[in-house]
Unconditional design. Structure first.
Length: 364
């Protein structure tokens, strides 16, 4: 038997048997890398960063179906008034935080800027209470506009607090300042005038009505902003409400805060009047409303503008001071209108064909 010869041109690397044995090794390596990457992603998604809060665009929601008004005082209209929300992620994961850095529609804030000293549950409860109070005020502002007398001014309601100011760890959103420097406070204007008459560094004492109905006394040292004394709160006039002449209710879940005040007021006027207040258009609105019909600033206008852009509208009402913020997102795609008062919003609606028959303007 002759010995088998070896082809000098052959190579062990080209032996099919060897190739078949090595292929699974590469597959294992690739699978291991992919598995490791997946495990890292899962880990990053499960590790929470409790020092940060993500605020992202929410949605626009038609208010009409959520409003319950006594049928004898209710009308149907073709227009549509919508509120707009944001989403707050109070415990973002590392992965979500990275996503927030990459998405210009998401705002990343320090936790204390949003929650202060409150727990998540306390913040949720506060938001629900603010929404309920916002409806109370909106209902009465709307009723006052159609001839009912249902408002008694009773203090300065704290809407927002500026971080690292005298008020930051002294008052909470939802508190009502009812007396300051031994002077009774009836409106937000009363408190503002008292602070303006002070100097930076002055002591300032005031009484606070808490949401649970109890009162407490506080004294702070006023800081300085633009050369003037500064307390550090955004306020509106708080009212004690007389009994409503008929039932008004608002059924909404998982939405809190006071920023739907303007949209609620417009929706109620549309519901309680026979005419087409909105001229058949879809109108989105954001802004607090106080008993005098003043429209106040709100948080998250940039994120709300992204939500409006995604869902569409004919008009977007925002507080006058925040028009530029909304237009920076929406440009000319949707008409952004800034308003300082409810009367201004109503005048804008009249200019585009809205029927304001039956509405009383302040001062008329």
């Amino acid at each position: 038997m002759s010995e088998s010869t070896i082809n000098e041109n052959s190579s062990p690397l080209r032996d099919p048997a060897l190739i078949n044995r090595r292929a699974p090794v590469w597959a294992v390596v690739i699978a291991a890398v992919l598995t490791a990457g997946l495990l890292i992603v899962i880990a990053l998604d499960r590790i929470s960063i409790t020092s940060k809060v993500l605020t992202s665009p929410g949605a626009t929601r038609e208010i009409g179906p959520m409003l319950q008004v006594d049928p004898a005082n209710s009308f149907n209209a073709e227009g549509q008034i919508e509120m707009v929300t944001v989403k707050s992620n109070l415990q973002p994961s590392i992965l979500e935080l990275v996503g927030g850095w990459l998405d210009d529609s998401i705002k990343i804030s320090e936790r204390h800027e949003i929650l202060g000293d409150r727990t998540v549950e306390q913040n949720r409860t506060l938001g629900q209470e603010q929404m309920a109070r916002s409806l109370d005020i909106a209902a009465r502002v709307a009723l006052e506009r159609i001839g009912y007398d249902v408002i008694s001014e009773a203090g300065a309601l704290v809407i927002q607090i500026v971080p690292d100011t005298p008020a930051f760890r002294t008052v909470d959103r939802g508190d009502v300042i009812i007396q300051a420097e031994n002077i009774e406070i009836k409106t937000s204007r009363d408190l503002g005038e008292l602070v303006r008459n002070k100097s930076p560094g002055d002591s300032f004492s005031f009484s606070v009505l808490q949401i649970d109905g109890t009162t407490r006394e506080e004294t702070v040292t006023l800081s300085e902003r633009n050369g003037n004394a500064f307390l550090g709160v955004s306020i509106s006039t708080y009212v004690e409400m007389d009994e409503l002449p008929f039932t008004i209710d608002f059924q909404v879940e998982r939405v809190g805060g006071p920023s739907a005040g303007l949209s609620l007021t417009l929706a109620l006027l549309e519901r309680m009047l026979p005419g087409e207040l909105l001229g058949g258009l879809t109108v989105v609105a954001t802004g607090t409303v106080d008993p005098l019909g003043n429209i106040g600033a709100v948080g998250g206008v940039e994120q709300k503008s992204h939500a409006v852009m995604r869902n569409g509208a004919d008009i977007f009402f925002v507080p006058a001071a925040q028009v530029d913020e909304a237009k920076a997102v929406l440009g000319d795609m949707i008409e952004v209108i800034g308003v300082e008062t409810l009367d201004q919003a109503l005048s804008e609606l009249r200019s585009i064909g809205g029927d304001l028959t039956g509405i009383e303007f302040v001062g008329q």
